[in-house]
Design a protein around this ligand. Structure first.
Ligand SMILES: N[C@@H](CCC[C@H](N)C(=O)O)C(=O)O
Length: 287
């Protein structure tokens, strides 16, 4: 199987071009687990398929490291846009991309060598109703500063769907965020029937924040694009940031620039890089 390994701020995926490769649907979860293995696979946070779409220019499918299929991936979308442009799948700088969480629009910014370092994605409108996240046990129409009990302690969370679910926790010091202590417990908490991505945010100012993530199905990663969007939405909802103003989000792998526009759409601007290309031998093909 031909593959390309790419990353967005250290959030690394194995990309397969379904215009050229035919993969068996029932093997996709195990393929994602296999390629993600750092010792016997390639090493990644998951697997992303780029294929044809009936409703957009391209379709992106994303599988987490544990083989579960996710509905959206912000860092993956920037990589898909770069790949599509540089490999001639798309000839203009604008493209629509279908995801399980809805269609998004990406714009690539070519440099003088026609290479793409920076991509802007219109991530669509965040979904805020509890049943859209989904999260249970909430009587309000939005989940802002909602109490949640985890391992006998009470915390406050703000929940947002960017096509995929996010629970955002504000902390005073990002270096002391309980990423691995709380992350997995919140991910599988009974109030999130589809599990959840968990973000910790330290607000620096109205247009700057530190960010760490425990991703559903992948654990700690260097960055999460949909998570950064959810964090900025949560920050606006809690009156720490302003709608219509760009926020610089410092992730472990670098910076993303996120704006929750006045028309309700979320814009994400950031880089994507190609690491390598190659041929992967499935375990059953090896001797
Ligand atoms: N890293 C991604 C999100 C990947 C999917 C997520 N773990 C989920 O299960 O929803 C991003 O950049 O958004």
């Amino acid at each position: 199987m031909k593959f390309t390994k790419m990353h967005g701020l250290g959030n690394q995926y194995i990309f397969v071009n379904e215009f050229e490769e035919v993969l068996k649907e029932e093997e996709l979860p195990s393929l994602a687990i296999e390629v993600a293995d750092i010792f016997t696979g390639i090493g990644s946070d998951g697997l992303i398929l780029i294929g044809p779409s009936h409703v957009a220019d391209l379709r992106m499918r994303i599988f987490n490291k544990d083989g579960s299929e996710a509905k959206n991936c912000g860092n993956g979308l920037r990589c898909v846009a770069k790949y599509a442009y540089e490999n001639g799948l798309i000839t203009t700088g604008n493209m629509s991309i279908e995801t399980l969480g809805g269609n998004v629009h990406a714009t690539v910014h070519p440099d003088s060598n026609n290479k793409i370092e920076l991509i802007t994605v219109d991530m669509g409108i965040p979904r805020l109703k509890p049943e859209e996240v989904p999260v249970t046990g909430v009587s309000e129409t939005k989940v802002i500063g909602e109490k949640i009990e985890v391992a006998g302690q009470e915390y406050e969370m703000t929940a947002v769907s960017m096509g995929n679910p996010h629970a955002v926790f504000f902390v005073n010091d990002i270096e002391k965020a309980p990423l691995t202590a709380l992350g997995p417990k919140v991910e599988k908490h009974k109030r999130f029937p589809e599990s959840v991505n968990v973000e910790f945010i330290e607000v620096v100012s109205r247009d700057e924040m530190h960010f760490r993530v425990w991703e559903r199905g992948s654990g700690v990663t260097q960055a999460c694009g949909t998570g950064a969007c959810a964090a900025v939405v949560a920050s606006v909802l809690n009156d720490f940031s302003d709608k219509g103003e760009e926020v610089c989000v410092h992730l472990a792998g670098g910076d993303l620039y996120i704006t929750w526009n006045v028309n309700d759409h979320i814009w994400m601007k950031g880089p994507a890089e190609t690491i390598c290309e190659g041929t992967y031998f499935r375990k059953q093909e090896r001797n």
